[in-house]
Structure formats: structure tokens, C-alpha cells
Design a binder for this molecule. Structure first.
Ligand code: A4P
Ligand code: MG
Length: 181
């Protein structure tokens, strides 16, 4: 073990290995199909970067996509993905994402399922965590079925491994693209 790794800002895992508090990697999907879509995604990334315990490392291109599901006649989406380093627990991060959605004008009480929204922020994966509670499912249960999620995610994290399906993001995208041919 290198010298200095137990210095300030380093906590110790149960197995005794030192852990940098910011060393959890997480991936987030962003989508908007209401109002100024580009501004909503830019703001979402900027606001998340201001959350204590979050560093935004990568943001994909903003890709225009056809709406999947939901009511007919919806506008097209802009979708993107972000890669972050974080010290937050997954539930804390989800809370921060919900706060940002509200700041960007999202009001779930007025929405239909998969209907138009100013900003949807989904937590896709966090390290190799697998969680299934009423508030949070990790990895996101539909991420591997969504081209609008996998295409931008593959730009920033092609080698990230889905901890349940045991495939990389690039492999999931290739499988799904094949099925959509
Ligand atoms: N929740 C549980 N797990 C998670 C997680 N990993 N990340 C809970 C985020 N939220 C999670 O979320 C509903 C509830 O899921 C929350 O209370 C949260 O605690 P929501 O954001 O209100 O609902 P949603 O986004 O409509 O549902 P979901 O499940 O995220 O839907 P999808 O599958 O993401 O579909 N078409 C295009 N082209 N682009 C899109 O971005 N998005 C959807 C939403 C449909 N069609 C789309 C797009
Ligand atoms: Mg969502």
C-alpha cells in the first residue's frame, strides 16, 4: 500500500482497504422533450456539478431521439448520459437528481407515465451495486432495452460492466442495435 493513502479524506472500507470518498463511479441518463431541451440538459449537468460530493467527469453528446412509449404526438427527446465520481450513497444521489428535476420545472403530479417532461434524470449504474427497493432499482431496470440510454452512455463509458447482465455497455448496445435492425 502506497504511503499517504491513509491521509485526510480517506476512509477505510470494512475489508481494510482504503477508499477515496469520491471514488464511486456512477452513470446518469438525461432526457428532455418539453421546453428548451438543450438548456434543461445543460442545466442538469451544471446543477449536479454543484452538489457537494459529486464531480461530473463526462457528458455525452446530446442526441435527438424519437419518443418511446407514452401518449401519442409527443415531441422528440434530447437524450444524453453523464459519468460522475461521487461520495454520495445511491439513495442520496437519487434525492439530488429528484431535486434537480424539480428545479428544472418537473412536476410528477401532473405527468402521465412516460409523458412529456422538462427533465428526467435516471440513475443507471453505480459501481457494481445491485439494489431493488421501492424507491430505487439499480441498475436501472430498462437501461439495456433503451437505445436512447445506451447510445449516449456508450460514448462515455463503453467498457462499464452491467453488474447483473455481466456485459459491457458497448456489448449491450451491439445486442440491442442488432434486435432493432
Ligand atoms: N426509481 C427507481 N429506480 C430508479 C433509478 N435507477 N433511477 C424510481 C431513477 N429513478 C428510479 O421515476 C419513477 C420512479 O422510479 C421514481 O419515483 C424513482 O424513485 P420517474 O422518473 O418519475 O419516471 P419515468 O422516468 O417515467 O420512469 P422510468 O422508469 O425512468 O422510465 P424510462 O424507462 O426511463 O422511460 N423516449 C425517449 N426517446 N427518450 C426518453 O428519455 N424516457 C422515457 C421514460 C420514455 N420514453 C422516452 C424517454
Ligand atoms: Mg426517470
Amino acid at each position: 500500500m502506497g504511503r499517504g493513502r491513509r491521509g485526510v479524506g480517506v476512509v477505510t472500507r470494512l475489508n481494510g482497504r482504503p477508499e477515496n470518498p469520491m471514488n464511486r463511479k456512477a452513470y446518469i441518463a438525461m432526457g428532455s422533450n418539453l421546453g428548451d431541451r438543450r438548456h434543461h440538459l445543460q442545466q442538469a449537468a451544471a446543477l449536479l456539478g454543484k452538489v457537494q460530493g459529486v464531480v461530473v467527469r463526462r457528458v455525452s453528446e446530446f442526441l435527438q431521439t424519437e419518443p418511446v412509449g407514452g401518449p401519442p404526438g409527443q415531441e422528440k427527446y434530447l437524450n444524453a448520459a453523464m459519468g460522475i465520481d461521487t461520495a454520495l450513497a445511491p439513495q442520496e444521489l437519487l434525492g439530488a437528481l429528484h431535486r434537480i428535476e424539480r428545479q428544472l420545472g418537473r412536476d410528477r403530479s401532473k405527468e402521465q407515465r412516460w409523458g412529456p417532461r422538462t427533465c428526467d434524470l435516471d440513475l443507471l449504474m453505480m459501481e457494481d451495486m445491485v439494489i431493488d427497493t421501492a424507491e430505487l432499482t439499480l441498475p436501472h431496470p430498462r437501461m439495456h432495452e433503451r437505445l436512447f440510454v445506451l447510445r449516449p452512455l456508450a460514448q462515455i463509458a463503453p467498457d462499464a460492466v452491467h453488474p447483473v447482465l455481466k456485459k459491457t455497455v458497448a456489448e449491450l448496445l451491439a445486442d440491442l442495435a442488432q434486435r432493432h435492425k
